[in-house]
Ligand binder design. Structure first.
Ligand SMILES: NC(=O)c1ccc[n+]([C@@H]2O[C@H](COP(=O)([O-])OP(=O)(O)OC[C@H]3O[C@@H](n4cnc5c(N)ncnc54)[C@H](O)[C@@H]3O)[C@@H](O)[C@H]2O)c1
Ligand SMILES: [Zn+2]
Ligand SMILES: [Zn+2]
Length: 439
């Protein structure tokens, strides 16, 4: 798949953007550790050159906190187009300003910041409305333009389908348009409290707000990874009367039940999920939210179709959502999909009058101030509840494998670099992935 996509991109030629995509490197040739992609399930910690200021709006960050996201698993499995060998991954990270371009006025060297997972230009019509993930000027992928009719913003560490920018599973990273894409962090908050402002917090919040969860709603969530766990909490904070969570991992189901009062459905036990939901909620739920993943088809039919490249993604979750939702209800998709599915139940969508919402990649910029000032600082939402482990960047390749297999109850991981502060009280201390299994 990758060679074909890369060939197509080459043929189409890049779209012009407002940002240089060929990074400059430190002239002294010094190197850093970084996690790079080499092929499906083949990622490695390598020595890579340290980036330098390339455009005047850039900042170079020393990374003090990084992590792995469910979206990285799509890359790990080679299911996102236009990956190239040696691409540095990672889109959820924070750091300290190390070098600063002449146009960046709101930051100074040594400042602690969280980075957005997407790169907004700050000036296009979307960026002006804080819809940073929809920026028109930072992604040079003509392939995405061809497939979708327009492009997302560029993303850090997420293949050449989203601009080919090196990511933050590294000791240093270049952040373009740094004034717009970095959030200064006030004193008094720990790194563990703020790291996930980079992605998981705005994403989960966006899923709930954008799909219009309101007082009294009965909400069902497909997928109880970090996103689904946070979505459950946001739904309750927005007044949901009941939250049902669907997954197959008993530890994730139990965690959601104990920590957030979610009613669990194990889809290994209840093969017909919509039927089970109708047993629990007469007429169906008001809102269904997709926080799962397209790379794990449930049925042989879709395993085969995907295997034969007859479809890139699978419609199974969205079809379950359509059956489980009441007439005139809402379905929101924040889980990542890449392309095409076979057998989508369009009839159910139309006949039931369901509002079916693609939430898109979450615009971090739209929610940052609200999440920080209204929820994290007053303690209404404590993001540290989901941190299950802390590991060094050296273990990043092993972490991909363990996170993919959901070993040892892994949920969300704080990945430290040589620049990180010690772990904060109440949060996991450093561990090695090799030791997890014996935990
Ligand atoms: N739109 C955005 O801005 C954005 C940002 C971050 C993550 N995401 C996406 O959100 C999704 C969740 O992310 P995460 O970090 O929580 O991922 P994760 O991989 O840790 O968790 C996904 C969970 O979904 C469950 N699942 C898989 N198939 C299912 C099915 N058919 N029914 C019910 N549950 C199923 C898995 O067992 C797993 O527990 C991913 O698709 C990720 O790519 C989107
Ligand atoms: Zn992510
Ligand atoms: Zn823009």
């Amino acid at each position: 798949m990758q060679p074909v996509a890369n060939k197509a991109q080459e043929k189409l030629g890049p779209v012009e953007t407002a940002v240089s995509t060929e990074p400059k490197w430190r002239e002294d040739g010094s190197t850093m550790k970084a996690l790079a992609w080499f092929g499906p399930t083949d990622v490695r910690v390598i020595e890579s050159r340290i980036p330098d200021i390339t455009d005047p709006d850039d900042v170079i960050l020393k990374v003090t906190g990084s992590t792995i996201c469910g979206s990285d698993l799509h890359l790990y499995h080679g299911e996102i187009l236009a990956l190239q060998k040696g691409d540095i991954l990672g889109h959820e990270f924070m750091g300290i300003v190390d070098r600063i371009g002449p146009n960046v006025k709101n930051l100074k060297i040594g400042q602690r910041v969280v980075s957005s997972f997407q790169i907004g230009c700050g000036t296009c019509e979307y960026c002006k409305k804080k819809l940073s993930s929809f920026c028109d000027r930072t992604n040079n992928s003509s392939l995405q333009n061809y497939m979708y009719g327009s492009r997302d913003a560029g993303f850090f560490g997420y293949s050449h389908f989203t601009g080919g920018f090196p990511g933050g599973q590294a000791e240093y990273v270049r952040v373009p348009f740094a004034e717009y894409n970095l959030l200064p962090i006030p004193e008094g908050l720990t790194d563990e409290q703020v790291l996930f402002l980079s992605d998981v917090l705005p994403t989960s919040y966006h899923n709930v707000v954008d799909t219009g969860v309101k007082e009294g709603d009965v909400v069902a969530i497909w997928g109880l990874g970090p996103i689904g766990q946070c979505v459950a909490r946001w739904a309750k904070l927005k007044g949901a009367s009941r939250v049902i969570g669907i997954d197959k991992y008993p530890d994730r189901l139990e965690f959601a039940q104990k920590k957030s009062g979610v009613e669990p459905i194990n889809f290994k036990e209840y093969k017909d999920v919509p039927k089970r939901i109708h047993e629990l909620v007469s007429g169906g739920v008001d809102v269904s939210l997709d926080c799962g993943t397209f790379h794990e088809p449930k049925t042989w039919l879709h395993k085969i179709q995907k295997g034969l490249m007859l479809e890139t993604d699978t419609p199974e979750t969205v079809n379950e959502m359509l059956l489980a939702t009441r007439k005139r209800g809402r379905c929101g998709i924040v889980a990542v999909y890449a392309g095409f599915v076979n057998g989508f139940n369009l009839g159910a969508l139309m006949e039931k009058g369901i509002a079916f919402i693609g939430n898109g990649q979450a615009p971090t910029k739209l929610y940052w101030d609200e999440l920080l000032n209204d929820y994290i600082i007053p303690g209404k939402f404590d993001p540290t509840f989901m941190i299950s482990h802390r590991v060094p960047l050296d273990d990043m390749a092993k972490l991909y494998e363990a996170f993919d297999k959901r070993d040892s109850g892994v949920l969300k991981v704080f990945v430290e670099t040589k620049f990180s502060s010690p772990s904060s009280p109440g949060c996991p201390t450093i561990s090695r992935v090799d030791d997890w299994k014996s935990d």
